[in-house]
Design a protein. Structure first.
Length: 262
């Protein structure tokens, strides 16, 4: 992995010049990736998204992101999860991608302990209807209780089923609608300030429209998919597109890994 755009506020050891004066071209260690993608040390909540897109804008192929991903993308995916307090995902993404509980990883254990974090991030599933299978391992076998984020008008029997399965119910909206900005606040109020959303596109679009997204980690896959696959963000548009600044750019095997901040 090679740094194409090193910036001064990142630890980019792998991009340091070798004796020849060229950038070192090697796979970054997990520690180097974790340093490069560290959350801001402000103590405030910070919502970052991690998404992948083909050259022609497809966020998935046959309904899943895995076919347009790569090994380096999955290393960054794992690193971002390991840094987060909570991983936020929409119900449809949870179903399509077969979400399981986040696992503890020895490579990040000391880093998480030093940051006052538990062994693994919690998973927070956003669903207005709570049309979820609470018998799945995501709810029955997590290291950290799974959260379900819903509205105050969600069906009472589904709220009861979620709680019976051991999930924590977070009310973040009126009726069956989840307010994206309120979801961020409610999770932060529970001490889950380092937030990571993995979409899907509809949920990410809601965060963007609400002005709640602080950072986008985008993998640009050197593939063309055509078809009518979703973009990384869908749903309502914004009146004026919001400009984000490029914080870092990495490359491996033609895949570009960009990090953009508000």
């Amino acid at each position: 992995m090679r740094s194409l755009f090193p910036v001064t506020d990142l630890t980019t050891t792998a991009a340091a010049p070798d004796p020849s004066g060229l950038l070192t071209d090697r796979e970054w260690s997990l520690d180097e990736l974790a340093d490069a993608y560290a959350y801001p040390a402000t103590g405030a909540s910070w919502l970052r998204a991690n998404m992948v897109s083909t050259l022609d804008g497809a966020a998935q192929h046959d309904g899943r992101s895995q076919p347009i991903s790569c090994a380096a993308d999955m290393r960054i995916f794992g690193t971002l999860r390991a840094l987060a307090d909570v991983v936020i995902a929409g119900a449809e993404t949870v179903r399509l991608e077969g979400y399981r509980p986040a696992r503890a990883r020895e490579a990040f254990a000391a880093r998480r302990a030093a940051a006052g974090q538990g062994p693994a991030p919690a998973i927070a599933v956003v669903s207005g209807s709570l049309d979820l299978d609470f018998a799945l391992p995501l709810f029955t076998e997590p290291l950290v209780p799974t959260l379900v984020v819903t509205g105050s008008g969600a069906p009472a029997d589904r709220i009861a089923a979620a709680r019976k399965a051991g999930a924590e119910v977070v009310i973040a909206g009126e009726g069956t609608r989840v307010d994206p900005a309120r979801a961020v606040r409610e999770l932060a109020d529970r001490g889950l300030r380092r937030q990571l959303t993995e979409g899907g596109p509809r949920l990410l679009g809601q965060f963007v429209a609400a002005g709640a997204l602080d950072e986008l980690c985008l993998t640009l896959s050197p593939m063309l998919a055509a078809g009518d696959a979703q973009r990384i963000a869908g749903g309502p548009g914004v009146a004026v597109p919001e400009r984000f600044a490029l914080a870092s750019l990495l490359e491996e095997d033609g895949f570009l890994f960009g990090r953009y901040r508000r």
